[in-house]
Design a protein around this ligand. Structure first.
Ligand SMILES: CC(C)(COP(=O)(O)OP(=O)(O)OC[C@H]1O[C@@H](n2cnc3c(N)ncnc32)[C@H](O)[C@@H]1OP(=O)(O)O)[C@@H](O)C(=O)NCCC(=O)NCCS
Length: 191
């Protein structure tokens, strides 16, 4: 459902709760920080920036202002409960590629919010001129792999030992992809 409220892209129902999906603005930095700090560190491992630190969130805000990244927040009762982001590749020969990231807070998982955030990210990607979306996750993130498969992504590459966490543990990295043009058809099969 589209709302008339300024800045709100959509209001969706997730698990019986009303959640607003809207573009992140600089004033959301503190709420995003609180959300990031509520997550398990492993949920954020695949992000390029550490958004559990003020500096990391400020980097995001700068990237949004410079148009290098689009971030959609899911907001319930004034708190951030999830986000999706699209980062367009700065490399000239990969400028058709957008990197998708989706994170949903544990209390809101499994009720369709990840799907809604992904759908908004695809709309924005199309507007940005992105034709292929890629998503990365570690091989042990089985829920994420299942979710992305369900949403039409297919595995593209497996990079052994490519990710190392804060404690020096290494993980295999899975790359998945989906053409932007096929996402609408994927969604129509789900609904
Ligand atoms: C991956 C993640 C975003 C999914 O969000 P979510 O809101 O729980 O997902 P949804 O409820 O929208 O589910 C989307 C689809 O995936 C399926 N799914 C979700 N979680 C699942 C699980 N644990 N096992 C199997 N399937 C699952 C759902 O059934 C749904 O399909 P359906 O609509 O046909 O029922 C969430 O688990 C998360 O934030 N994980 C940590 C961060 C991460 O790993 N992100 C991925 C890297 S970009």
């Amino acid at each position: 459902m589209t709302t008339g409220k300024p800045g709100v892209l959509r209001t969706v129902q997730a698990g019986g709760r009303s959640v607003e999906l809207r573009y992140m603005e600089p004033g959301d930095a503190t709420a995003l920080l609180a959300f990031a700090r509520s997550l398990q560190p492993h949920d954020l491992l695949f992000l390029a920036t550490d958004i559990t630190e003020v500096e990391g969130v400020n980097t995001w805000v700068d990237d949004i202002l410079y148009g290098q990244v689009a971030v959609i927040l899911a907001v319930a009762y004034g708190a951030v409960v999830g986000f999706s982001s699209v980062v367009r590749s700065p490399t000239r020969w990969m400028r058709h590629i957008g990197e998708l990231r989706v994170v949903v807070g544990e209390a809101f998982r499994g009720v369709g919010l990840g799907r809604h955030l992904t759908a908004e990210a695809f709309r924005i990607a199309a507007d940005m001129g992105v034709t292929r979306m890629v998503a990365q996750m570690t091989m042990d993130q089985l829920a994420a792999i299942r979710t992305f498969r369900r949403l039409g992504f297919t595995p593209m590459a497996l990079l052994p030992g490519h990710v190392v966490d804060e404690d020096g543990r290494s993980y295999d990295l899975m790359l998945m992809h989906q053409e932007v043009a096929s996402f609408a058809e994927t969604l129509s099969h789900l609904e």
